[in-house]
Design a protein around this ligand. Structure first.
Ligand SMILES: [Ca+2]
Ligand SMILES: [Ca+2]
Length: 249
């Protein structure tokens, strides 16, 4: 019995740990593919005006993507498995260059992550950040706009708030159980000047055990509880088993 529970326990741990590799970027960019200007660090600090420091929300490092100096829109579209037109459609302005990362993982239920955008740009130069997701139950590549300069930045010369959008958490639904690819990107809009910066950290996904594993665990649990209940009854010197069973919680 102990051996059985041990195996089940090991199996469920193995299942959970196999979901997202380097989900908090503590191992730099290991397990991630990148395009454009991408780096990881224990912190990013900007000078005034409206300077600030971006720190990880989990582990020892956070990833940064930069718009200016990145790759072309068509290159990013190819990298993320989508079209140049779809990326351009995320904001009303024309999208130019930018940077992106992506990784694949086994999951089900949902995936959540932390993100923050900081900018040296200002409205109406509407640089933006987005997430992409593809996998079972999703048609093509799903693109979701997370934020853009017009929604959080201040007037020219201010660089917006010192912490940009601040850290936000977004959760996406995974329609089925299987292998998904998630991507993150940021792009210049309206022109290629004045960089914006996009940070991501702490990806987490639920992982529901296979039905056969769940059933086996339930059977094992019932078997484990049965002798314990019997021992308790015997220890109490029970001579009337029917009463003991009725009074059992
Ligand atoms: Ca981190
Ligand atoms: Ca810009």
């Amino acid at each position: 019995m102990v051996a059985t529970l041990g195996i089940l326990s090991w199996a469920s741990l193995e299942h959970a740990s196999a979901t997202i590799t380097n989900a908090d970027f503590s191992s730099g960019l290991s397990g991630w593919s990148t395009r454009g200007v991408v780096s990881t660090s224990s912190s990013y600090t900007y000078g005034n005006p409206q300077g600030g420091t971006i720190s990880p929300t989990a582990g020892t490092q956070v990833v940064q993507m930069r718009t200016t100096g990145g790759s072309s829109r068509s290159s990013l579209a190819s990298f993320l498995g989508t079209t140049s037109g779809a990326l351009n459609g995320l904001v009303p302005e024309t999208a130019f260059d930018g940077s992106a990362i992506r990784t694949s993982f086994n999951g089900s239920g949902s995936i959540s992550f932390d993100w923050l955008m900081w900018t040296r740009d200002y409205p109406p130069y509407n640089d933006f950040a987005f997430v992409s997701l593809s996998g079972p139950g999703i048609s093509g590549t799903q693109l979701t706009l997370l934020t853009s300069v017009n929604t959080f930045a201040g007037p020219a010369g201010t660089n917006g708030p010192s912490n940009g959008t601040g850290w936000q958490t977004t959760t996406l639904t995974l329609p089925e159980t299987g292998t998904y690819t998630i991507g993150f990107g940021t792009m210049n809009a309206r022109d290629t000047a004045f960089a914006s910066y996009f940070y991501v950290d702490d990806l987490q996904t639920t992982c529901i055990p296979e039905p056969s594993t769940a059933l086996a665990a339930a059977v094992a649990l019932a078997a484990a509880l049965w002798p314990r209940r019997r021992r308790r009854i015997v220890a109490r010197g029970a001579h009337d088993f029917s009463n003991d069973w009725k009074s059992a919680p």
